[in-house]
Design a protein around this ligand. Structure first.
Ligand code: C5P
Length: 224
């Protein structure tokens, strides 16, 4: 279990809540990184807080989805923060992915496939005519072509993605019980690691309620 890696999703705008999440999730049994998404990065004090973090694995979940020039300019604009990972939607297109990869330098660029909050019905609504699995596989091939460093998909698609994408695989949509919230494609931590996820992204199941207790539940679950 020592090498199990988890990004804790720090989804709040409240600095003391974020400090509490960081303090209470630290433990010697897991490798923990911290994921800051649109909510925190757009908050007044969020960016400054991240600039003062030392010796943490930091994941900026910006989910870039724009034309190549804007993606590149945004990566340049965030480079003063010492972040380790950054996300871009694979549906931004091959040119945006390759240009972003060039601009990102030593920041690992993660391609986001189909959001874990979407299912086949939702994809149809948007106008896609591939199902989730086919679309994720297609996008994973594109991520490999653009030489991205990592990919985000649900743990349900890891086996498939592994066939075409050989680097890190990061999976959100992790649940210990049946509380899905807004997620659709979920799996338990154990299932996700068994399928071959390198990193799990876990937010609410850790950060809501008693954080220490939630971490202990997670450790027990992984030990079973
Ligand atoms: O609270 P929960 O565990 O559902 O949080 C999941 C986190 O992962 C959120 O911060 C969400 O933005 C992010 N995420 C996701 N699905 C993706 C990519 C990122 O849920 N495909």
């Amino acid at each position: 279990m020592k090498n199990n890696k988890i990004f804790v999703a720090c989804d709040s705008t409240n600095i003391s809540k974020i400090k509490n999440i960081i303090n209470k999730t630290k433990n010697s049994k897991l490798i923990i990184g911290y994921k800051f998404g649109l909510e925190f990065l757009n908050s007044k004090k969020g960016r400054n807080f991240i600039s003062n973090l030392k010796n943490e694995i930091i994941f900026a979940d910006l989910k870039l989805h724009d034309i190549p020039n804007t993606c590149v300019s945004t990566i340049k604009a965030i480079k003063d923060l010492k972040i380790n990972y950054l996300t871009i939607h694979i549906s931004s297109g091959l040119k945006a992915l390759s240009s972003a990869k060039k601009a990102s330098g030593r920041i690992k660029l993660i391609g986001v496939t189909v959001l874990t909050s979407l299912d086949n019905k939702a994809l149809k609504e948007i106008g896609f005519n591939k199902d989730v699995k086919k679309l994720v596989l297609h996008q994973a091939k594109l991520a490999a072509k653009a030489k991205l460093d990592a990919i985000v998909c649900s743990a349900q698609e890891v086996n498939l993605v592994k066939k075409v994408f050989k680097k890190e695989i990061i999976t959100p949509g992790i649940r210990f019980d049946n509380s899905k919230n807004d997620q659709k494609r979920i799996m338990t931590p154990k299932q996700a690691y068994n399928n071959g996820s390198d990193w799990l992204v876990i937010g609410r199941p850790i950060t809501k309620g008693n954080i220490k207790k939630n971490i202990n539940n997670l450790l027990n679950h992984l030990n079973q």
